[in-house]
Design a protein around this ligand. Structure first.
Ligand SMILES: Cc1ncc(COP(=O)(O)O)c(C=O)c1O
Length: 296
């Protein structure tokens, strides 16, 4: 990422000396920001930044409803901000949150966005009153992409899935099916068992992620035959449920699968091919997969 840009936010707690040191070792041209929610992470990041002789920006992460990471109590978050400010190698830059609990279609998000606005406004007031004002308020997601500006106080958004979109995003109405840009090209490798067809994309190609909110709804959908789902999977096998379809594939036929969660699929593959119509125009290595030289 530091080859591609000079402003990197790691929206993930930099816990563990190895992780903190690796971040602190990024080239000098990078302005590095980390989001964290614990005194341990502050201490580790501060130590690593000090020994690398650099300043690392810190966002204190708040839990505004997702209940994953993030401090739920504002006074505790303020205490973390103060701690970060006391460290000469850290700069308290602001707060971060991830509204991953908002999974409604954009037009149905009114209540949750209003709640987020109210909670955030209250939190920002408390930060101001404690004299640790947040310069940046980092939030947003793909489902809230078009409405994040309605969350009062937000200055920065972090949608990611929107780059390709996926079945999970389209299923909740946060994008159209025509906005799903990434599919996995699969080959039908068996039709021997009546009532089903098997493709060569299993968990190693699609990941085993249910459609959030709809467990039991399969692991992917065929672009050309949306009534056909990948019903179950082994590592290299995806079993298609043909019961709702009149389509009967031939062995060797190729189909495209819209994955449930595209982020996992990108991570599982080395290359993404750029296709316009039927023309293969380009290809991109998935460098951020992190499979560089192994460190032994
Ligand atoms: C902390 C954080 N920020 C941003 C994103 C991107 O959100 P989305 O996948 O809804 O685009 C994610 C996705 O998991 C995330 O965990």
């Amino acid at each position: 990422m530091s080859d591609a840009g000079n402003d990197i936010l790691v929206a993930y707690p930099p816990v563990g000396a190895a992780r903190a040191e690796r971040l602190a070792a990024l080239p000098d041209h990078v302005t590095l920001t980390v989001a964290l929610d614990s005194p341990e992470a502050i201490a580790e990041m501060a130590r690593a930044a000090a020994s690398a002789e650099r300043i690392v920006n810190v966002y204190v992460e708040l839990d505004l409803g997702m209940h994953r990471v993030g401090v739920p109590v504002i006074d505790t978050a303020i205490a973390l901000a103060r701690r970060a400010r006391e460290e000469p190698s850290l700069d308290f830059a602001g707060i971060a949150f991830y509204p991953g609990h908002v999974r409604e279609a954009p037009e149905d998000q009114d209540a949750k966005l209003a709640e987020l606005s109210a909670t955030l406004t209250g939190a920002l007031r408390k930060f101001d009153a404690a004299d640790v004002s947040a310069r940046v308020v980092s939030g947003g997601s793909t489902p809230t992409l078009w409405r994040s500006h309605e969350i009062e106080g937000v200055t920065e958004i972090r949608p990611g899935t929107y780059v390709y979109n996926d079945r999970g995003t389209a299923a909740i109405g946060a994008c159209g099916w025509e906005d799903c840009a990434l599919t996995v090209l699969a080959t039908v490798i068996s039709t021997a068992v009546p009532g089903q067809a098997v493709i060569d994309t299993g968990t190693k190609a699609l990941g085993r992620e249910p459609v959030r909110g709809a467990p039991g709804e399969g692991f992917g959908m065929l672009l050309e035959h949306p009534e056909v789902l990948v019903e179950r999977m082994s590592e290299e096998h995806g079993v298609l449920d043909l019961s709702k379809s009149s389509w009967r594939p031939q062995v060797g036929e190729r189909v495209r699968v819209i994955p449930n969660h595209v982020c996992i699929v990108v991570h599982l593959n080395d290359v993404v091919y750029g296709i316009r119509g039927d023309v293969l125009e380009t290809s991109w290595p998935v460098a951020a997969r992190g499979r560089g030289e192994p460190a032994f």
